[in-house]
Design a protein around this ligand. Structure first.
Ligand code: AP5
Length: 207
């Protein structure tokens, strides 16, 4: 597949899980705005400082900060896989101006499953690997299979923040489904299926 690809879906739909594999196998530059923001927070940059207060509350970081951050990272790139971006109509319209997308995969998942999955997610801060205590189990001692460091729970995976993030998704990001469907770019995949099945369906949809 050529051109840029967007992964759209509620928090916990499996965007990051899918994006890591798709970008490796199909040669995309993987751009997760959430990962970039968490790195900025960890490094204590000015952007990280501004973003943190929104992220801790489960709110969206303002569009102008996100658009400037994305724009500077995709300049000159031919195949970008956007994970967690765009998330508002303003971001989608902004993206059209500097990097129009070829396809959008919408990973659909119900609220109860979002809450179940995110409450049991664990992440490796060293290599970024994703695990789930229910569905993609790490080793018995909850260390990363790849680098052996202790896995952690993301700050925004607390129950009250997960619920807020889902509400924000419904209000701000769900309208993007119709936005991209009207442009003939959208394919929908049922994200409640096991990871391998989700992956195979997405590959078929993109071929
Ligand atoms: P971000 O990091 O983008 O979080 P998110 O969109 O809420 O998505 P998640 O990373 O929580 O979930 P995911 O869909 O990637 O699922 P995953 O693969 O991990 O954003 C965080 C914050 O940053 C936002 O709240 C906001 O403040 C800010 N931000 C980021 N982008 C922004 C933007 N564009 N504009 C403004 N603000 C922005 O999987 C979840 C779990 O399920 C894992 O445990 C995994 O192992 C498991 N799993 C995955 N697939 C399956 C499957 N098929 N079956 C069973 N389990 C599965």
């Amino acid at each position: 597949m050529s051109g840029h690809l967007v992964l759209l879906g509620p928090p916990g739909a499996g965007k990051g899980t899918l994006a890591k594999r798709l970008s490796q196998e199909l040669g995309f530059l993987h751009l997760s705005t959430g990962d970039v923001l968490r790195a900025e927070v960890a490094q204590g940059t000015e952007l990280g400082r501004q973003a943190k207060e929104y992220m801790d509350r489960g709110e969206l970081v303002p569009d102008e900060l996100i658009l400037a951050m994305v724009r500077s990272r995709v300049a000159g790139e031919k195949k970008v896989l956007f994970d967690g971006f765009p998330r508002t109509l303003a971001q989608a319209r902004g993206l059209e101006e500097f990097a129009p997308v070829s396809r959008v995969v919408f990973l659909s998942l119900a609220r109860e499953e979002v809450i179940r999955r995110l409450s049991s997610r664990r992440v490796c801060l060293q290599c970024g690997a994703l695990y789930n205590l229910l569905t993609q189990r790490p080793r018995e001692d909850e260390r990363c299979d790849h680098c052996g460091v202790k896995l952690v729970q993301r700050d925004d995976d607390k129950p009250e923040v997960i619920a807020r993030r889902y509400d924000v998704y419904e209000r701000e990001s769900a309208p993007l489904v119709d936005f991209y469907r009207a442009r003939g770019l959208l394919v929908e995949v049922d994200a409640s299926l096991p990871p391998e099945e989700v992956y195979q369906r997405v590959r078929r949809a993109l071929s």
